[in-house]
Design a protein around this ligand. Structure first.
Ligand code: C2G
Length: 131
């Protein structure tokens, strides 16, 4: 049995997120997702996500190719999460390419190509410009 783990904010959930999670799930038998907390976003980006962490987790949990999700409280805790959940593979989008290579000591690290032309930031800009 192969366990895959991935992390993300998944704010204003869109098809780029779906495709990333589907491809991650296809790399193993179980997909576990760390959803970054509102506080983590605030400390890294200086703003809270549009959707609350409860709502973002509810969306991720309702996907049929996701087995389980948990709140990611700190970017620095990745090694702990990988070990705790017994992950065999860490998957991230290639916007993070090279950033998590140190976890190769714990599990396989795979960067998947991002889906072009869709992003939360862009969606927020479009929605803002239409009101
Ligand atoms: N993604 C993608 N294609 C897009 C947009 C996003 O494949 N068009 C992927 C990202 O590469 C990432 C995942 O979807 O792997 C979640 O994206 P974000 O919500 O932007 O995650 P991020 O804020 O980068 O994660 O430990 C990481 C943190 O949790 C932050």
């Amino acid at each position: 049995m192969k366990t895959v783990i991935t992390f993300g904010t998944f704010d204003v959930f869109h098809v780029g997120h779906v495709k990333l999670l589907k491809r991650a799930a296809a790399l193993g038998d179980t997909l576990i997702v760390g959803v970054s907390t509102d506080q983590l976003n605030f400390s890294k980006k200086g703003r809270f996500p549009v959707y609350s962490e409860q709502d973002r987790m509810q969306i991720i949990n309702s996907l049929r190719f996701v087995n389980f999700c948990f709140p990611e409280e700190s970017l620095e805790k990745k090694a702990e999460y990988i070990t705790y959940y017994g992950a065999d593979v860490l998957v991230m989008g290639d916007d993070w390419k090279g950033k998590f290579d140190q976890f190769n000591a714990l599990c396989e690290v795979v960067y998947l190509p991002r889906t072009p032309s869709v992003s939360t930031t862009e969606l927020i800009e479009i929605i803002k410009s239409e009101v």
